[in-house]
Write a protein that binds this ligand. Structure first.
Ligand SMILES: Cc1ncc(C[n+]2csc(CCOP(=O)(O)OP(=O)(O)O)c2C)c(N)n1
Ligand SMILES: [Mg+2]
Length: 372
C-alpha cells in the first residue's frame, strides 16, 4: 500500500517512547537478525589451573551431593518431590564464575546445584531436604522451596516459568535502585513455552533490564522431548520478537559457559538490556525421583555420559595440561565426599521442627478457628 511505503518519521507514543512506523517492520527484524549474528558464541574462556580446580571441585560437590540426596530419598529420609541436577553441573558453575557479589540467582525446582554454587551450605540444603529444623526453610519448605538472602538466591520455584517473572522483577529492582547487579534467571526448555516468559521478555527489553535468561535445554520437559513439544527448538532465538539477543552455548563445557556468562554480564552491566543464553545440556537422571525415564534409551544417556560429561572434561584437562596425578584428583574427591557425608549425617540427626512452628512463617496473620 502506498501509504505504508511512505517514509514516516518515528512517532512518539503517549509514554514518550519511539513507536516503529509499520513500513519499517521488515528492516527492524533484519536488524535483529544482524544483532543475533553479532552474538556468535564466544570462544571458551581460557582457564588457569586454579580456575580448573575451582570448576572441578564445585561441579563435583554438586554431583556427589545429588547422588547422596538420591540415596537418602531411596531410603525414605526425603519425602515429596526431588529433582536431581546430575549432568548439568557445568551450567551453574560456569555462570557463577562469571558473576560478582550482589548478582542474584533464581531458578525452578531443579535447584540444589544452584544453591550450592551460590555458596549456600551443604548441611542447610540437605537438612531442608530431610525436613529438619536447621534446613534453609526450617524444614518446612523442602527441595523446591529454599532461599538465601545472604547469597542472593531467590529460590527454588515449583511452578514452571514462575521464576522468569520473579527474575525480571529482580532486574527491575537493580535498575530502579541504580545498582550494577545482574539477575540470572534460569529456566528449562519446557518452561520456555510458558506465557509469562514472553510477558517478562517484553518488559525486560522495553525497560532494558539487566537480566540474563539462562535456558537450560536438557532436551526434555518431564517425559516430552523438545522436538515433540516445541515449534522452535532453537531457544536462543526465543527473544527475537522482543529484540533480545541470544547465544547458543555448549552447556557441557564449563569454559564455554563462563565465556558466555562474562559476555552476558557485561552486556547487562553496560545497560544494553536482557540477553538469552541457551545452554545445551543433558540430565542423566529421570525428571524427578519417581520417573523411570522410559521415553529415552539407555544408550542415549550412556553416550552423553561417556562423551560429554562436564566433570570428566575438566578432570582430563587437569591431568593432561596441569600435571595433576590420579592421587591429587582422588584427594579432591575425598574432600568433597567428606563435606557431603557430614551434610547427610547432620540432615539425618537434626531434629524435626517443633509442632509450635506449624503456624509460623506463613502468610496468614491469624490462625483460623474451627467453627463451633
Ligand atoms: C505451570 C505448571 N505447569 C506444569 C507443571 C508440571 N511440570 C513440572 S516440571 C515440568 C516440565 C518442565 O520442563 P523443563 O522446563 O524443560 O525443565 P527440566 O525439568 O527439564 O529442568 C512440568 C510440565 C508445573 N509444575 N507448573
Ligand atoms: Mg528440560
Amino acid at each position: 500500500m502506498a501509504a505504508r511505503q511512505k517514509k514516516t518519521p518515528a512517532t512518539k507514543d503517549a509514554g514518550g517512547a519511539s513507536a516503529q512506523p509499520k513500513g519499517k517492520l521488515a528492516d527492524s527484524s533484519a536488524e535483529i537478525v544482524k544483532t543475533l549474528e553479532h552474538f556468535d558464541p564466544p570462544k571458551p574462556a581460557s582457564f588457569s589451573k586454579d580456575d580448573e580446580l575451582q570448576a572441578y571441585r564445585d561441579m563435583l560437590l554438586i554431583r556427589r551431593f545429588e547422588e547422596k540426596a538420591g540415596q537418602l530419598y531411596g531410603m525414605g529420609f526425603i519425602g515429596g518431590f526431588c529433582h536431581l541436577y546430575i549432568g548439568q553441573e557445568a551450567v551453574v558453575v560456569g555462570m557463577q564464575m562469571a558473576l560478582k557479589d550482589g548478582d542474584q540467582v533464581v531458578t525452578g525446582y531443579r535447584d540444589h546445584g544452584h544453591m550450592l554454587a551460590t555458596g549456600m551450605e551443604a548441611r542447610g540444603v540437605m537438612a531442608e531436604l530431610t525436613g529438619r529444623r536447621s534446613g534453609y526453610s526450617k524444614g518446612k519448605g523442602g527441595s523446591m522451596h529454599m532461599f538465601s538472602k545472604e547469597k542472593k538466591f531467590f529460590g527454588g520455584h515449583g511452578i514452571v516459568g514462575a521464576q522468569v517473572s520473579i527474575g525480571t522483577g529482580l532486574g527491575f529492582a537493580n535498575r530502579y535502585n541504580g545498582t550494577d547487579s545482574v539477575a540470572v534467571t534460569y529456566f528449562g526448555d519446557g518452561a520456555a513455552n510458558q506465557g509469562q516468559v514472553y510477558e517478562s521478555f517484553n518488559m525486560a527489553s522495553l525497560w532494558k533490564l539487566p537480566v540474563i535468561y539462562v535456558i537450560e535445554n536438557n532436551r526434555y520437559a518431564m517425559g516430552t522431548s523438545v522436538n515433540r513439544a516445541s515449534a522452535e527448538t532453537d531457544f536462543s532465538h526465543r527473544g527475537l520478537s522482543f529484540k533480545i539477543p541470544g547465544i547458543q552455548v555448549d552447556g557441557m563445557d564449563v569454559r564455554a559457559v563462563k565465556a558466555a556468562g562474562d559476555l552476558a554480564a557485561e552486556h547487562c552491566r553496560k545497560g544494553d538490556g536482557p540477553i538469552i543464553l541457551e545452554m545445551m545440556t543433558y540430565r542423566y537422571r529421570g525428571h524427578s525421583m519417581s520417573d523411570p525415564a522410559k521415553y529415552r534409551s539407555r544408550d542415549e544417556v550412556q553416550k552423553m555420559r561417556s562423551e560429554s560429561d562436564p566433570i570428566e572434561q575438566v578432570k582430563r584437562r587437569l591431568m593432561e595440561d596441569h600435571a595433576l596425578s590420579e592421587d591429587d584428583v582422588k584427594a579432591i574427591d575425598k574432600d568433597v565426599r567428606e563435606i557431603v557425608a557430614d551434610a547427610a549425617d547432620f540432615a539425618q540427626n537434626d531434629p524435626e521442627p517443633d509442632v509450635s512452628e506449624l503456624w509460623t512463617d506463613i502468610y496468614a496473620d491469624e490462625i483460623p478457628q474451627a467453627a463451633e
